[in-house]
Ligand binder design. Structure first.
Ligand SMILES: [Zn+2]
Length: 256
């Protein structure tokens, strides 16, 4: 059994064939999927999917790229949704310095507001980090995010940073890039981090694992991520599947 801890089945890329995509996930042992919303339309769709499929859960938050658009009403709405029985985490939130739609000071403010909300509603936080590692680590420390912990989603940093995040009560989630031949850091992280700190995800429809790179990603491919971690660690695939599933269920408070 596997859990895809980060999927965007709420994306328009699945409008035509979502039930087939879900069917392939189940055939490949993916028994639970966390669908992540990051703005009004994607949050609404994530909630809808969680309400209509017992094995789908929702994560709700505001993306740093669009931080400039988040209103106080949006934040209150996310707070209301946090009480929904199928909402298991707050995010994705964080910092993204690759795109400059939202100025950095606004991104930081919106990130801090969501960390404070996560602590208030007692949900783990799902962190999106692009080219902003130092500021993310600093803000997580300053806001005492370890109180709720969470996930460093699609982690691409060094072993050293991964260990700092683990100390702050965060799990390290690996996605498609760990399967790329030229990916050095994710493979080192997979090798060095203990199994009880790792999660697997697809971030579909993006970051499709080898050998499907370039095509649309989907939750069934999370198996390729777990297989690569098993290969790197030199342990059976079943051990990776079992540990990452138990980690996810513990963090999200999901029971079988
Ligand atoms: Zn995402």
């Amino acid at each position: 059994m596997l859990i895809d801890t980060h999927a965007h089945l709420n994306a328009e890329q699945y409008e035509e064939d979502i039930e087939e995509v879900i069917g392939r996930a189940k055939e490949n042992g993916v028994e639970k999927i966390v669908v992540v919303g990051f703005d009004r339309p994607t949050i609404e769709k994530a909630i809808e999917l969680a309400e209509t499929h017992d094995f789908i859960y929702a994560c709700v938050g505001w993306h740093p790229v669009d931080a400039i658009d988040m209103t106080d009403e949006d934040l209150s709405w996310i707070e209301e949704l946090a009480a929904h029985p199928k909402v298991v985490a707050l995010g994705e939130t964080g910092l993204d310095y690759h795109w400059d739609k939202s100025p950095r000071d606004i991104q930081k403010e919106v990130f801090r507001k969501q960390i404070r909300l996560a602590k208030k509603v007692k949900l783990p936080i799902v962190i999106h980090n692009r080219e902003a590692t130092a500021d993310i680590v600093q803000i997580l420390k300053e806001e005492n995010a370890s109180e709720v912990g969470g996930i460093m989603h699609c982690f691409s940093g060094s072993v050293e940073i991964a260990k700092q995040c683990v100390e702050m009560n965060f799990y390290i989630s690996l996605g498609g890039p760990v399967t790329f031949k030229n990916a050095v850091k994710p493979k080192e992280v997979a090798a060095e981090l203990p199994l009880d700190k790792l999660l697997v995800e697809t971030d579909c429809p993006y970051l499709t694992p080898h050998p499907h790179r370039g095509k649309r990603n989907e939750p069934s491919y999370v198996k390729l991520v777990a297989e690569e971690i098993a290969r790197i660690k030199g342990i059976p695939f079943e051990d990776v599947a079992k540990a990452t599933t138990e980690n996810a269920m513990r963090l999200f408070g999901i029971s079988r």
